[in-house]
Each structure stands twice: as structure tokens, then as C-alpha cells.
Write a protein that binds this ligand. Structure first.
Ligand code: EPZ
Length: 417
């Protein structure tokens, strides 16, 4: 299934279940290596990034089996921290295995995770933090080698609230001798999910959700039964799809408490939101209103992962919207594709664009160049006249279980080919 075809003009109606969070499931799966026995990770999304992580765990010697609604991981057979798989090269999310493997095996050899289309994705913060805990690094060609004789606690300050670096410090910290105090920690809900899993396993972590964490090491960790929270980015994607199409939908199980900045923008753009135990009801306006000034920021700011979707929505809104991307250096690749559909977007500088909304876009062939940009093109196509064909959809399946099925259940005219 490499392409998605959408015939726009249908207002989405009905309800859609929100899948488990990709960015919570991945570090939790890495953390299953730290216990001596099996963990059952429920609500694990069936997406290609998770399948790649499962392959890596198996390559490392773990027994991993999918069950009806989750993944059972038995790390007892883990051998060594040598990851040769292609999955490492193409997946940034494997980086959280670095901290877990150092905690479990004391040694990791992996392909340098490298950059991607949205940015250079450096790992200097990961390296600097883990070196303070006693880890030595060496780069051998395209490979990164990390080894530690005695993993010990440390006081660490992150210059940027890096999600991945925070996760690696937590994963190493729970296995280190002594305590680790982490200042400048990322506060994303995915960090809280990882801490909750580890606490269920017997770890002691103080300050979860805040900028300073105290991670108490040296405790024995046991496998547990854990449910991955719903995916706030998938929920936000579908919420903006409702705005774009002028629909009326229920986002079942959506994590509303993690989406304040997103719900604020949705209401600013004319959406009516009602939160209930079932999830988030959203009613879109006939025509979205402009979003004013949208600036991405670390949590609890507006998430960079929904920036492209907000841009697509602003493209068909009444009036002008300025969008500023502060997290990644190259996250406007979707602009050229939206322009092909008739969007009026002016690039003000490499971090800022001005969008002048148009009543409708025009369907044509466009290309997904990365995960969230691909999802945003699918959203834009819902308000395009005629047929839009989105190629490069394997990117979308990295983070969305089945965007076609979900939109079709909501009444969209959409097929995957
Ligand atoms: C996580 O990536 C997410 N991925 C990203 O989601 C998300 O966009 C990002 O956090 C920000 O919220 C996963 O959780 C698997 P960072 P991560 O380290 O950890 C710079 C998606 O679409 N930085 O918080 O890689 C970095 O360049 C993906 O689901 C350094 O300078 O992001 C960026 O500018 C895309 N040095 C900023 O920090 C470092 O050592 C934030 O990056 C590390 C990061």
C-alpha cells in the first residue's frame, strides 16, 4: 500500500478509536529489557516503528509475541548490545535502546541513528549525559560504540528539553548505582508514561512530569502488565481533520488532558470541543478560522508533531495564520506539496511561514516525505476538489495504524492502493 487516494468534500461524521501512543510505546518496549521477567504491554499500536522495535528486541535475544491487544516481552534471553539491523539505521526511536542496553548489558554497538528529513537530529545531549554516568563512547565509521564498567548516578543538566535524551537518562538511571538528578528534563506525556511503567516494575522516580527528576538506581525491577496511553498526536491529527472537513466526530479514548494547547488552537480555529469520559467530541465549522500566530514548543507548548497538520488546516481557513517551528530545523517540507494543491503559503524565513487561507484546495498528486507531513497531506485532501493521490505512504504507516480505515469509518471517500 504505497499510495492513498482521497476524494474531498465530505464532512467527517461518527466516532473513531484513538490508537496507543507510538512515542510512549517505543521507550516502554526498550525499558522491558531492564527487568528479569516478562512484561505485557497492552494497547501497543500496530505500526511499522513498533514492528521495527519488536524486531530489534528479538535480534537482541528477547522473546516477543503479539497477543490480542498487546505485546508480551520476555527479556531473559537477551545476549548482548550489538544491533546490526537496518531498523536502527532508519529509525530514530531505537535510540532509547541505548540507555536500556547500557543499563542491562553495559555495552552497545549500533549504527549511528543519523538525521532525517526534518532535521540533523544530533545526539550530543544523549552522549554528554551518559558520559556523566560513566559511559565511554567511540564512533567507528557509521557505528556508535558505547561501553560502561560501572554505571553510576550523576547530577545532569540538559541544555535543551530533549525527549530522547531524557528517556535515555531515565533508562540508565534506574539501573545505575546511586541516584541521578536530571535538570531540564523534557515534560512530554511520553516521559510520564515511561516513568509509570518503570515505577510499576519497582523503580523509584521522583518529580515525574516536571523539569527536575530524581531517579533512584540500584533497585531490582520486575516485569509488569502495563497499558500504553492513547496517542495525543493521532488524536490531534483527526481533530484537525474534523475542522478541515466541517464534520462532527468523537475521538474515542483521546487523552484530552495531554492536549490543552491543541484544543485551544482548535477552538481558536472555530472548532467546538466537548470532553467526556468517552473522549473528545469535536464539531468543525463550515470554514475554519485562521489560527493567528502558532508557535511550536516543548510540552506543554503546541507540539511540533502537529505543526504540519495545523499548517494544512490553516491553508483552507478564513484569513491569515503565521506558523513558527522552533524544535526542528526542516519541518516545512509539506509547503511545496500544499502549494501544488493551491495553498497560498509564503516562507518568511527557515522557521516561519505565513499562510493565506483559500476556500478549497485542488486535488492532485502529492508526495509524503516524512511521517507527520504525510498525515497532514491526507488531512488537506479532505478539503480538496477532485482526487488527491498521496504517494510515499509508508512514512504514514510508521505512526498511524490505518489512517485510511479510520477516515473511511468517518465517511471519507478514501482508499489505499
Ligand atoms: C521525540 O524525538 C519524538 N520521537 C518526536 O516525534 C518529537 O517530534 C520530538 O521528540 C519532540 O517532541 C519519539 O519520541 C520517537 P528531541 P526526539 O530529542 O527525542 C535537539 C514523530 O513524528 N537535540 O526532543 O528525537 C533536536 O535536534 C517524531 O513522532 C539536540 O540538539 O526529539 C531537536 O531540535 C518526530 N541534541 C530538539 O533537540 C540531542 O542530543 C528536540 O529533539 C538531542 C536533541
Amino acid at each position: 500500500m504505497e499510495s492513498i487516494c482521497v476524494w474531498g468534500g465530505v464532512a467527517l461524521q461518527g466516532k473513531v478509536h484513538i490508537q496507543g501512543s507510538k512515542n510512549a510505546a517505543l521507550p516502554v518496549l526498550a525499558a522491558t529489557l531492564l527487568t528479569g521477567d516478562s512484561s505485557y504491554i497492552r494497547n501497543c499500536p500496530r505500526i511499522s516503528d513498533v514492528h521495527a522495535m519488536v524486531s530489534l528486541l528479538r535480534e537482541l535475544g528477547c522473546e516477543v509475541n503479539w497477543k490480542e491487544d498487546g505485546v508480551l516481552v520476555n527479556p531473559a534471553g537477551i545476549c548482548l548490545g550489538e544491533m546490526k539491523s537496518d531498523a536502527v539505521r532508519c529509525m530514530r526511536s531505537s535510540l532509547c535502546l541505548l540507555g536500556a542496553l547500557l543499563g542491562r548489558c553495559g555495552e552497545v554497538v549500533m549504527e549511528h541513528p543519523g538525521g532525517c528529513v526534518i532535521g540533523s537530529r544530533p545526539i550530543d545531549l544523549h552522549i554528554a549525559a551518559l558520559e556523566k554516568m560513566g559511559v565511554s563512547f567511540a564512533v567507528e565509521g557509521s557505528r556508535l560504540k558505547a561501553v560502561v564498567k560501572r554505571l553510576h548516578g550523576a547530577e545532569i543538566r540538559l541544555e535543551k528539553p530533549s525527549v530522547g535524551a531524557t528517556e535515555n537518562v531515565i533508562l540508565a538511571g534506574v539501573m545505575a548505582e546511586g541516584d541521578t538528578i536530571l535538570h531540564g528534563a523534557a515534560r512530554e506525556p511520553e516521559i510520564c508514561a515511561l516513568c509509570r511503567y518503570l515505577e510499576n516494575c519497582g523503580a523509584l522516580i521522583e518529580g515525574t512530569g516536571g523539569e527536575t527528576l530524581a531517579i533512584h538506581g540500584g533497585r531490582t525491577l520486575y516485569g509488569t502488565d502495563y497499558r500504553v496511553p492513547s496517542d495525543r498526536i493521532v488524536a490531534g491529527t483527526y481533530l484537525f481533520a474534523c475542522l478541515v472537513s466541517g464534520g462532527n466526530i468523537l475521538l474515542e479514548d483521546a487523552p484530552a488532558s495531554e492536549m490543552e494547547s491543541v484544543l485551544r488552537l482548535c477552538e481558536q480555529m472555530g472548532g467546538h470541543v466537548c470532553i467526556s469520559e468517552e473522549g473528545i467530541y469535536v464539531q468543525g465549522p463550515a470554514v475554519p478560522k485562521a489560527g493567528g500566530y502558532v508557535r511550536t514548543a516543548a510540552y506543554p507548548g503546541f507540539p511540533t508533531d502537529l505543526q504540519s497538520v495545523a499548517l494544512a488546516t490553516a491553508s483552507v481557513a478564513e484569513g491569515e495564520t503565521v506558523i513558527e517551528e522552533t524544535i526542528f530545523e526542516n519541518r516545512f517540507r509539506i509547503v511545496e506539496e500544499l502549494r501544488r494543491m493551491g495553498a497560498e503559503i509564503e516562507v518568511l524565513n527557515d522557521k516561519k511561514v505565513l499562510v493565506r487561507g483559500v476556500p478549497y484546495l485542488t486535488g492532485c498528486e502529492v508526495e509524503a516525505k516524512e511521517l507527520r507531513g504525510g498525515a497532514a497531506l491526507t488531512v488537506a485532501a479532505l478539503r480538496a476538489e477532485g482526487r488527491t493521490t498521496i504517494t510515499g505512504c509508508s512514512y504514514i504507516y510508521r505512526g498511524y495504524e490505518n489512517i485510511c480505515r479510520d477516515f473511511k469509518e468517518l465517511g471519507a471517500r478514501i482508499i489505499s492502493v
